[in-house]
Design a protein around this ligand. Structure first.
Ligand code: PEP
Length: 258
């Protein structure tokens, strides 16, 4: 099956509204013609409206970096799916390792958020991945399996088809240390097989699995050429229009004309 590649920029806690407007106008200039890759930008909450308005007539989609599972109520500091939909968000990153590490996210809380997102027709980009000491202890598969099974429990087939999984080895995030294409492919293949067990083989073939962790213009093409890598979740390199655009172009399938 031909899966459409998807490249998303996770801006994390960077960019004021003015800076976000600047960055997104550069991205629009660079990527206006690209149609063979789904392109998503995920600014901080405060810049969502600015970016949403800027991309309204383009192929670029909007994502948020988190949400709360309740629709509304006494949850100081939190943002609901309804609030994101109002700003024309179509994606939401959930379970990023920084949220697991610094804000106590667990696969159980991620799973509640995944269900809340899907109920609101938001597509979750669900992050999974092992820490360095877990890889070195030979526990990569065990950790990734527990993230996938826990974060994505209880999905119907049609819900699975709305999900994007992002494999992000924690030791490769923001460190300049990328997983080799072979290391990444091995885990992506493992995740796809797991999805097959949790759902069925048709779903497993259809779900897109992104790689994330120090993707740069000079390593993106090799990673995206792997059979089970369907694009990337990009942190640092998404904060500059030129490098983000180069990474998106590296995901255009061979033979596709842009
Ligand atoms: C990320 O935080 O999702 C990420 C992949 O970051 P970076 O590209 O900076 O490693």
């Amino acid at each position: 099956m031909m899966r459409k590649p998807i490249v998303a920029g996770n801006w994390k806690m960077n960019k004021t509204c003015a800076e976000a407007a600047d960055l997104v106008s550069g991205i629009i200039r660079e990527l206006a013609e690209v149609t063979h890759v789904d392109v998503v930008v995920c600014p901080p909450f405060t810049a969502l409206r600015t970016v949403s308005e800027a991309i309204s007539d383009t192929n670029i989609d909007l994502g948020a970096q988190d949400l709360h599972w309740e629709k509304r109520g006494a949850y100081t500091g939190e943002i609901s799916s309804e609030m994101l939909r109002e700003l024309f968000c179509h994606y939401v990153i959930l379970g990023h390792s920084e949220r697991r590490q610094y804000f106590g996210e667990t696969s159980e809380s991620v799973n509640r958020k995944v269900h809340a997102a899907l109920e609101a027709s938001l597509r979750p980009i669900v992050c999974v991945g092992e820490r360095l000491e877990e890889r070195e202890a030979g526990r990569t598969s065990e950790v990734v399996e527990s993230h996938v099974r826990g974060s994505l429990a209880g999905l119907s087939k049609s819900q699975w088809l709305q999900v994007v999984v992002a494999y992000e080895p924690v030791w490769a995030i923001g460190t300049g240390r990328t997983a080799s294409p072979e290391q990444a492919q091995e885990v992506h293949e493992f995740i796809r097989a797991l999805i097959g067990e949790m759902s069925d083989s048709h779903v497993a073939e259809a779900v897109r699995i992104q790689y994330g962790g120090s993707i740069k213009p000079d390593n993106a093409r090799e990673l995206f050429a792997q059979p089970d890598i369907d694009g990337g979740l990009v942190g640092g390199a998404s904060l500059e229009a030129r490098s983000f655009a180069q990474i998106v172009r590296a995901a255009i399938p061979e033979g596709a004309q842009e």
